[in-house]
Design a protein around this ligand. Sequence first.
Ligand SMILES: Cc1ncc(COP(=O)(O)O)c(C=O)c1O
Length: 411
Amino acid sequence: MLDNQLLKIAQDFGSPVYVYDAKKIENQYKRLTSAFKNVKKLKINYAVKALSNISILKLLKSLGSGIDTVSIQEVQLGLAAGFSPEQIIFTPNGVSLDEIEEAAKLGVKINIDNLSILEQFGTKHPKVPVCIRINPHVMAGGNANISVGHIDSKFGISIHQIPHILRIVENTKMTINGIHMHTGSDILDIEVFLYASEILFDTAKQFKNLEFIDFGSGFKVPYKQGDIETNIEELGKKLSARFNDFCKSYGKDLTLAFEPGKFLVSESGSFLTKVNAVKQTTSTVFAQVDSGFNHLIRPMFYGSHHDIVNISNPKGRERFYTVVGYICETDTFGNNRRINEINEGDILSFKNAGAYCFSMASNYNSRFRPAEVLWHNNEAHLIRKRETFEDILNNQIEVDFSSKKETVLEK
Ligand SMILES: Cc1ncc(COP(=O)(O)O)c(C=O)c1O
């Protein structure tokens, strides 16, 4: 998308506003499927948590994607978007048995990552096939908060507990139809990914009724010019060959599944904010925008980088700014950034704002969550209205403190 198209959207829909480019999502989806074109059965299950607007889900459905969900609400959202239950996998962590049963009742694929739940579920529902999430004990991921496959992580069942899984399967007569791993986000080195995959293949050998192997996700996308990204094409070549070999030795064409979030939607998104004030202090120049970590928390939560561009003054001379929000805690989006000269009222565009941005937004400071716009076929479509004050009050229940009635003590 061009900066002047973004600027027009900010003018038409106000700020702050999230904008997603449908073409970019489509291109990323095609890039991934073509990297794995040598695999007979490939399934991409988009990780809904990254960006869960129903129009985005429908767009991905139209491309042929399934979805990966982590809560019963995401399952329901997927069904509302038109996905059939077989196109949905439920990969929760730390949820109750009740919630897993609710998802199973809806007919979606179930992925379990806890021995106790596996035993209870298998005992009660031996006829419902289940995928298991393995923890391969591999340290991968760009940041401690998004590295989830290591030994101290709460995710997955340890590879050292495979004998226990096999015992549960034997005792309950349940069927394991899939093996899954997700080692973390922002994986730079595909060798680490391939190494973890070998562990998964080794595990898979021990289960006789598999239909799919799910390699999770964690593909790194570029955040700035020249940034390293996961080499999907090379991973596709190497992992496909290895997967096809495995299928031969297993004696069946299994489905190779992935569940990418960031890879599909991160770069499609721009977050547009207006500069409320430019504030010069003794040490820096702050650009203060009409947003904060209530709308985009990733830089403060796990130090993620979002390029920031002044789309109102693209030819202005470059100066250094620290871009901050209006929240009552420190909410720095970018420190010492070189940006074209900023004037109050200018629109700043934050890049890579498709994944884990709106979906992590809140009403902190009683602010409205932003509008969302999808740029599709050269047209801007409003896909979520900006909230209003009614949304802030919605579900709050007022207590009437004006009543003068004396409390009567019971005798
Ligand atoms: C189980 C699981 N699958 C897939 C994803 C998506 O990861 P990414 O957005 O890095 O592709 C996540 C992210 O947290 C996850 O926890």
